[in-house]
Write a protein that binds this ligand. Structure first.
Ligand code: TYD
Length: 209
């Protein structure tokens, strides 16, 4: 298999994205794919500097619009410097978060206007849509209990419960908007059961043929 594929993972904190990403990488490599793992924010050098600003919990004065523009600045750099070249080079790119996170956190969470998001998304993401997106869904209670054991929280993790509820709902709205692309995965299951669901979706999609 040397066809490039663009796969993204989304979800609220503590959904277990990293474990599934590592399992999927191993699986795709066993099928002969070259795999590139990347993430947002921070998939490029410039992006890593932007990530520092975004997650710094002392940046309490950041306006919702400034936050949105920083996520899209990171994304613009990431797409042109990392994602597009890798796909052109025949890689399967697995990205930990992409633009669906902006619709969940900045549109639903921060209550920004959808026309602003749609305009930016058209400018930056344009045709660079993922082939498939896994939305790892879990209850807020489970998310909070998983994250509480992790040490210090970043700026977004310190948000209120109602913000996090809106974010989870925002992700589910994205899944309704893009039912062909976004597979909602029950992240309350064991890691192996979650991975079985992911594989079933990937194999059923015909993307690996
Ligand atoms: P990170 O430590 O990568 O979180 P996680 O391990 O949960 O993926 O931090 C990224 C944070 O940025 C996370 O709280 C979600 C948030 N985020 C947005 O608010 N908008 C976006 O567009 C993206 C990509 C991430």
């Amino acid at each position: 298999m040397n066809k490039s594929l663009f796969i993204t993972f989304e979800g609220i904190d503590g959904a277990g994205k990293s474990t599934q990403i590592a399992m999927l990488k191993e699986y795709l490599e066993s099928k002969g794919c070259k795999v590139l793992l990347t993430r947002e924010p921070g998939g490029s050098n410039i992006g890593n500097s932007i990530r520092g600003i975004l997650l710094d919990k002392s940046n309490t004065a950041m306006s919702p619009l400034a936050e949105l523009l920083l996520y899209y600045a990171d994304r613009a750099q990431h797409i042109s410097e990392v994602i597009v070249p890798a796909l052109e080079d025949g890689y399967c790119v697995i990205c930990d978060r992409y633009f669906d996170s902006s619709y969940a956190y900045q549109l639903a969470g921060r209550r920004l206007d959808d026309s602003v998001l749609d305009t930016l998304n058209q400018m930056v993401v344009d045709t660079h849509m993922p082939d498939i997106t896994f939305l790892m869904d879990l209850s807020l209670e489970e998310s909070i209990s998983r994250v509480s054991g992790r040490g210090e929280s970043d700026r977004l993790e310190l948000e209120s419960l109602s913000f996090k509820e809106r974010v989870r709902h925002g992700f589910l709205e994205q899944a309704k908007k893009y039912p062909q692309r976004i597979a909602v995965i029950n992240a309350m299951q064991s890691p192996n059961a979650i991975f079985d669901d992911i594989l079933a979706r990937i194999e059923g999609s015909g993307l690996l043929k």
